[in-house]
Ligand binder design. Structure first.
Ligand code: YXS
Length: 263
């Protein structure tokens, strides 16, 4: 597969696809172009009938991904995490990819990248990996589908702890919380992940596709009333139109601690 991308490297071999982040100057921050490249690569993998996809960073990184590109968070009263946004489209592409997606994690994982890691069907991490979901640190009103990803993967109390503290959890805690399936030494993690992928790629792709789709339907089966949906959207709008939201983003850009006033 010719790599026609600039912010990722996409490869395919023996029914296994690999997407490697390639945005080192911004600690693999997920800018729109990078997110769209990931989504595009997954659709190429789908047309090539890839049976497992691995999403990873370059070997030995300190930061797997710094999360959503904060410079691209809108300040004009637009929902930063609307369904039409590249991050949400990419997360949906992972969920709807007709084969398992494995996150192979080295380094620290932040914000929307943490949502990506737990939206993948499984994750393998090195002993030094860590995960943080950071909307509360930046003043972002996370969205219902993202919160559901965390409830489904971690359970309510662990998900609440991660959202409310915004603090990174280490590999052992991530294993305990269900974020990662295995902790594997840095030297072995590529081989381990590849052998996990090969095990899956040898099984029936049709059976796996329909089982994955049932997992998706059953874990997303949380019907809410139109009133509840509108209530959530009005609460979120108040936050992404607040001074605190702007303060969170501006403080990051000015490299200073935010001063949140609750308004
Ligand atoms: O100063 P320069 O120009 O070299 O740029 C620096 C950082 O500003 C930049 N950078 C980012 N730019 C945009 N969006 C980001 N998320 C982001 N993260 C980093 O990359 C250059 C190198 O970063 P630097 O100097 O801080 O590197 P470091 O090795 O000292 O620290 C790496 C991190 C990842 C620990 C640090 O950069 C960091 O804490 N980044 C922010 C992590 C974070 O809070 N991400 C959440 C993004 S918001 C999001 O994902 C969701 C919307 S939500 O908030 O809802 O979860």
């Amino acid at each position: 597969m010719a790599n026609n991308y600039s912010l990722i490297i996409a490869e395919m071999k023996d029914n296994i696809g690999a997407i490697t982040f390639n945005n080192p100057l911004k600690s693999n921050a997920l800018c729109s172009d990078m997110l769209n490249e990931i989504t595009d690569a997954l659709s190429v993998f789908k047309s090539e009938k890839i049976r497992v996809a691995v999403i990873r960073a370059a070997k030995g990184v300190k930061v797997w991904s710094a999360g959503h590109d904060i410079d691209e968070l809108p300040l004009d009263g637009i929902d930063p995490l609307g369904r039409e946004k590249p991050l949400e489209k990419m997360l949906s592409a992972v969920q709807n990819f007709p084969a398992p997606v494995i996150a192979m994690v080295e380094g620290s994982v932040w914000g929307g990248a943490c949502d990506l890691a737990i939206t993948c069907d499984m994750a393998v991490g090195t002993p030094g990996c860590s995960f943080a979901i950071t909307p509360a640190k930046i003043g972002v009103p996370y969205n219902a589908s993202g919160i559901l990803h965390f409830i489904n993967r971690l359970g309510l109390s662990h998900a609440k702890e991660m959202f409310f503290t915004g603090a990174p959890v280490d590999a052992e805690t991530a294993l305990h919380f269900g974020i990662i399936n295995h902790i594997v030494d840095d030297i072995e993690i590529e081989l381990f992940t590849h052998s996990l992928a090969k095990k899956i790629a040898c099984n029936s792709p049709l059976s796996i596709e329909v089982i994955k789709e049932q997992f998706r339907i059953l874990t997303n089966a949380h019907p809410i009333t139109p009133n509840a949906f509108e209530h959530i959207e009005s609460l979120r709008r108040k936050v992404y139109c607040s001074e605190d939201y702007r303060e969170g983003i501006n403080s990051f850009k000015e490299k200073r601690k935010p001063v949140f006033k609750g308004k």
